[in-house]
Design a binder for this molecule. Structure first.
Ligand SMILES: Cc1ncc(COP(=O)(O)O)c(C=O)c1O
Length: 391
């Protein structure tokens, strides 16, 4: 017997990266080498001292049973110190919950806070992770366009009153995947006021918190009264190259934290104790390693931007993340079609902007999670291929 997906799961649709990966696999099978500048998976290993801490934690029998839901007390203490040290934000125990990767929480939040007659506000273009929970919850998604002329920040004034009245949740993400744009504290201040005025739970996805080049990326919780209306989600995936470990936490409004914790407790369950101990160690230490990683991404970003600008392509000066956002020449009217033909003919994989929502049409997202040689070859092949569309 074969079973079909529920209508809600069907309407989530397939992730662009999964479809592209199938295409890459076919090319590889035919013996073709693909330069993959599409993925979002850190290419460098977890910092060695963190791996060592995990090895020690594995010998601790207390880690072999069910882990405590919401995080071990020692990890919560490290999170408190981390937020105090990095962002000068003080946290209480009931303002913290730990889970296995932020993707799980992004899906859980609409299920825990939104109703079928409600609205969830999302940025567009944006990471695909927000749609899944919204679709499964049955709530309506209302997209806030992030435009280049507004430095990819949402225009809150543009959200109609009828939508505000029905909104229960808003997702934001800075440094922003896919454009690389950074937030300002002023934006967060206005978002807090918006959340307070309209009784909306704000969720700031801080996945690229530590990959910010000119200055430290601001935390949403640094805005006054932020904790009255929202939470911030921090993942260890990018800061410490720990994507495979599945370690993340949320901090902020105690009532949202409580609902999120309850939902995760009954779905994904707790986070493996070894992962929690290693996360505690990572948050307490690794200052030097984090800086080295940031410098590596900055060097890669500069290489990519210099190559593209030398050939007069229009590229955003990303302030953070490990992505570069490239505007396509106007002669290319379908970015998905272009990305497909680039992959099949020039053997370079990148993600078309519209894979992140219609507002991304006309752009490409280039990932910096590849070594410099792969990046340079990939960008040179992309430039050669793009040039034929210039005239
Ligand atoms: C914006 C954004 N949020 C969340 C995630 C998911 O992170 P995690 O590894 O914690 O599930 C990603 C991963 O690529 C991302 O780009």
């Amino acid at each position: 017997m074969e079973f079909n997906a529920s209508r809600r799961l069907q309407s989530v649709g397939e992730k662009y990266l999964a479809i592209q990966q199938a295409n890459i696999n076919q090319l590889k099978k035919a013996g073709i080498e693909v330069l993959n500048l599409g993925r979002g998976n850190p290419d460098l290993p977890t910092f060695m001292p963190v791996v060592q801490a995990a090895k020690t934690a594995l010998d601790n029998k207390a880690n072999h049973g069910y882990p405590p839901y919401g995080g071990k007390p020692a990890l919560k203490t490290s999170i408190k110190h981390f937020y105090q040290r990095e962002y000068q934000v003080a946290l209480e125990d009931d303002e913290i919950t730990v889970f296995s990767g932020s993707a799980a929480a992004l899906t859980a939040l609409p299920m825990a806070l939104a109703d079928p007659e409600g609205v969830v506000l999302t940025p567009t273009p944006a990471f695909f992770g927000y749609h899944i929970g919204i679709t499964m919850s049955g709530a309506e998604e209302w997209q806030m366009p992030l435009l280049e002329k507004n430095n990819y920040l949402p225009d809150l004034e543009n959200i109609p009153q009828t939508i505000r009245d029905r909104s229960q949740l808003m997702f934001l993400n800075y440094p922003h995947n896919p454009t690389g744009a950074g937030a300002t504290q002023d934006l967060f201040d206005r978002v807090v006021q918006f959340g307070l005025d309209n009784h909306i739970a704000i969720v700031h996805d801080f996945a690229y918190a530590d990959i910010s080049f000119e200055h430290q990326a601001p935390s949403f919780l640094q805005s006054k009264r932020a904790k009255e209306t929202g939470i911030e989600i921090y993942t260890l995936s990018k800061t410490f190259n720990m994507a495979g470990w599945r370690s993340a936490f949320a901090v902020g409004n105690a009532s949202i934290i409580k609902l999120l914790k309850a939902y995760i407790q009954n779905s994904v369950g707790g986070t493996f104790g070894v992962v929690q101990d290693a996360s505690e160690y990572a948050l307490d230490t690794q200052i030097k390693e984090r800086k080295q990683l940031r410098d590596t991404y900055l060097e890669r970003r500069n290489t990519v931007i210099q190559l593209l600008e030398a050939h007069h392509f229009s590229v955003s000066q990303s302030s953070g993340t490990f992505f570069v956002w490239l505007q396509l020449p106007e002669t290319i009217t379908d970015d998905k079609q272009f990305a497909k033909s680039l992959l099949n003919n020039a053997h370079v994989a990148v993600v078309p902007g519209s894979a992140f929502g219609e507002a991304g049409q006309g752009y490409l997202r280039i990932s910096l999670v590849a070594d410099k040689a792969t990046l340079s070859s990939g960008i040179n092949q992309l430039i050669t291929y793009l040039k034929q569309y210039r005239e």
